[in-house]
Design a protein around this ligand. Structure first.
Ligand SMILES: [Ca+2]
Ligand SMILES: [Ca+2]
Length: 257
């Protein structure tokens, strides 16, 4: 009898030991392992996260996401949970399966955790010296732009606002440049972190015009990822790219191309 109870105590102690080890060291990695998220960006992009890998869903499979509940944001503003239905565009239905009219830049998600979506504003560029010296560094000298603005945003949650810049002359209307360029970068403590760089010879209908679609925290670490989109001449040629800051630089985790 005595032997039996000793074994039970030993087993309980071992079990407790493993539970404590698992709680402190295993929970985070297990959480990440089981993390699954589906992200809908407008009517052109769906990304899914499974087994720590982001994948793009081809348009022909968009219908697989019809009649599924998503948390819906329009122009960065939370609108609530809706059933979505896809027919070239997304349609929204409330709990009673009644159609609801919603309009704006769509971001919708389904996940086993919250995804925070942050509002942001575009502003006129304040530090012109910084911008023109960056252009100079890239061999570009012009005063003709079709995009020229900044977005102040504390993306890494350190209470210091970083500055994101968007410069482009794509789709020129009343001027004829030799080169079409699009430059997106962030400045922090005087250091420039490139996000998107495209410089090519000017031809008819080339280039695309980048813009920030969304700032969001997709992995609950309170640091923001973002979606940068680049619109081409036709709607179908718009690229969406999900960026993360890792190892000191911005990297594309997944795109729709
Ligand atoms: Ca910051
Ligand atoms: Ca994050």
């Amino acid at each position: 009898m005595r032997k039996k109870s000793t074994y039970i105590i030993l087993i309980v102690i071992l079990l407790l030991f493993f539970l404590i080890v698992f709680y402190f060291f295993g929970l985070d990695s297990l959480k990440k392992e089981n993390d699954h998220t589906t992200l809908i960006v407008g009517n052109r992009t769906i990304w899914t996260l499974e087994n720590r890998k982001w994948k793009m869903v081809p348009v022909e499979y968009f219908n697989n996401y019809s009649w599924k509940k998503f948390r819906v944001f329009l122009n960065q503003e939370e609108k609530g949970d809706y059933d979505l239905w896809f027919d070239e565009d997304w349609y929204f239905f409330d709990n009673n399966k009644k159609s609801v009219l919603l309009d704006g830049d769509l971001l919708a998600y389904q996940s086993n955790h919250d995804v925070d979506v942050y509002p942001f504003e575009i502003e006129d560029i304040a530090n012109l010296n910084l911008v023109y010296s960056y252009l100079d560094e890239k061999g570009i000298s012009t005063n003709d732009f079709t995009s020229f603005y900044q977005i102040p945003f504390d993306f890494d949650n350190d209470s210091y606002t970083e500055m994101f810049y968007v410069l482009s002359n794509a789709f020129p209307v009343d001027f004829l440049p030799n080169e079409i360029f699009s430059l997106v970068f962030m400045e922090k403590n005087g250091i420039i972190y490139p996000i998107y760089t495209d410089i090519s010879k000017s031809e008819v209908f080339n280039g695309c015009k980048p813009y920030f679609y969304s700032f969001l925290d997709i992995d609950m670490d309170k640091k923001s990822e973002f979606i940068l989109s680049c619109s081409g001449y036709s709607v179908s040629s718009t690229t969406d790219m999900l960026y993360q800051f890792s190892n000191g630089q911005f990297q594309i985790i997944v795109s729709n191309q």
